[in-house]
Design a binder for this molecule. Structure first.
Ligand SMILES: [Fe+2]
Length: 136
């Protein structure tokens, strides 16, 4: 199912919101590219640029928070979510390399759910903290 961007997804931090829009657009395109049961290293290679962009986005959030007065504890919780995401993506990489036929459907469900939940939850909190720290 494709994701429609909603204003409620905005964090109020333009750089973050612009990157989230790119990521959601990318996930929508991947829904059409990553076909069920088509697995293997060659299919995984189609995802590498997306994963690179996601990593760049995490770094953007981490740099913005570290250069403003976002409490350490909120940062630690947030970066733990990013780390758990990276670990899960590495598990998916192994599943694709091992030709797991379920990997494509499971990956797309994971990307869809994780990004929607993260953008509407933890990233909203980050937006509030950055705005109150005067980061925009
Ligand atoms: Fe985040």
């Amino acid at each position: 199912m494709l994701i429609d961007w909603k204003d409620s997804y905005c964090t109020g931090i333009t750089e973050i919101d612009d990157q989230h829009k790119v990521l959601i657009g990318w996930i929508n395109r991947l829904e059409e590219t990553i076909v069920p049961e088509k697995t293997g290293s060659a299919v995984w290679d189609l995802l590498i640029d997306f994963h690179r962009y996601a990593d760049t986005h995490f770094t953007t959030e981490e740099n913005l928070a570290r250069s403003s007065a976002v409490p350490e504890e909120a940062q630690a919780r947030h970066w733990a979510e990013h780390d758990a995401y990276r670990a899960r993506i590495e598990e998916f990489r192994r599943s694709f390399v091992q030709d797991d036929p379920h990997a494509p459907v499971l990956l797309m469900a994971f990307l869809h759910n994780w990004w929607l939940s993260h953008i509407q939850g933890t990233d909203q909190e980050l937006g509030r903290l950055l705005r109150s720290a005067g980061a925009c």
